[in-house]
Design a protein around this ligand. Structure first.
Ligand code: NCD
Length: 309
């Protein structure tokens, strides 16, 4: 096992509130002073090991490294790696850590990134592990909320859709539970409710108030943030269940009449049917902006983990 002090980002709790604040400050500075950062990672290489499909996460990581003047290599599906020949994750990561300075990996198995850190001499970033966690999406979400709302406390946040398998939801709830006066409205069909372990270990433990409902309209008027999610087709055991649940919620302009004028609508994307296209023109729709912000916060994260000043 390789011994090293390098930091990884596996779980959002690996970062303190202060560290998250600092990342947000740097990301804001990057937006206003792009030129200043354009050579910061000169000569550095980011490897993206994606054993599960992705558009935004992988490409925004690559864009982030390229915008910092670094280089990228990697694969975008397990089928184009030696995993198909039977190579273990541990071996793949040991080898790639010799080819790169930092690794972002996505894997369908919960906990895979933790296993990967044991054999790795460079920082590892969890870019999503199964239905478990997705800390860099959460950094993107926090950065977006801070830019749109000017604060990360005193917020009523509705999370709607697949709260069971939605890893972005799990990481976001974990992160937001550390800020003051946060209330959650958990909107899902019965079958897709937030896992008990998160209610117990995160919400109850931090005395966070939350309401569970399956009605998207019931609390819409109280929300500052509405975080929509896709039903996670790839995590279902049974296709009939997916088909029954996939269009359970469709946010449209009619429903939004009930919401606050300054509601901020987020979605980690990809969207399927859960937000009607007409909502894209609503000034409360922030999800495409959110995807763009993902690049800047990932730039800040790469700088931090590579200890670039
Ligand atoms: C999310 C993911 O992969 O968990 N996408 C993303 O990273 N932006 C959400 C999803 O796939 O539904």
């Amino acid at each position: 096992m390789v011994k090293r002090k390098t930091k990884n980002l596996i779980d959002i709790n690996d970062l303190s509130i202060k560290e998250i604040d600092d990342l947000i400050k740097v990301a804001n500075d990057i937006i206003t002073n792009k030129e200043k950062y354009s050579k910061k990672c000169d000569g550095k290489i980011l490897a993206t090991l994606f054993f599960e499909s992705s558009t935004r996460t992988r490409l925004s990581f690559e864009s982030a490294m390229l915008r910092l003047g670094g280089n990228v290599l990697g694969f975008s599906e397990a089928s184009s790696s030696s995993t198909t020949k039977g190579e273990s994750l541990a071996d793949t990561v040991t080898v790639v850590s010799g080819y790169s300075d930092i690794i972002a990996m996505r894997h369908p198995k919960e906990g895979a990134p933790v296993v990967a850190t044991r054999n790795c001499s460079v920082p590892i970033i969890n870019a999503g592990d199964g239905g478990h966690n997705h800390p860099t999406q959460t950094l993107t979400d926090l950065f977006t909320i801070s830019r749109e709302k000017g604060r990360l406390d005193n917020l009523t946040i509705g999370l709607c859709g697949d709260l069971k398998f939605g890893r972005t939801v799990h990481s976001l709830i974990t992160a937001m539970s550390r800020y003051k006066n946060i209330k959650f409205i958990l909107i899902s069909p019965n079958e897709l409710k937030l896992p008990e372990y998160i209610k117990k270990d995160v919400l109850d433990k931090n005395n966070i108030s939350y309401i569970e409902t399956n009605d998207i309209e019931e609390y819409l008027k109280d929300l500052d943030i509405l975080y929509m999610t896709r039903v996670q087709k790839e995590r279902f055991f049974n296709e009939a269940d997916y088909i029954r649940l996939k269009d359970y919620y469709i946010l449209n302009e009619e429903k939004l009449k009930k919401a606050k004028k300054d509601l901020c609508i987020l979605h980690p994307l990809p969207r399927v049917n859960e937000i009607a296209i007409e909502v894209d023109n609503d000034k409360r729709a922030c999800y495409f902006k959110q995807a763009r912000y993902g690049v800047y916060i990932r730039m800040a994260l790469i700088l931090k983990l590579l200890e670039v000043k």
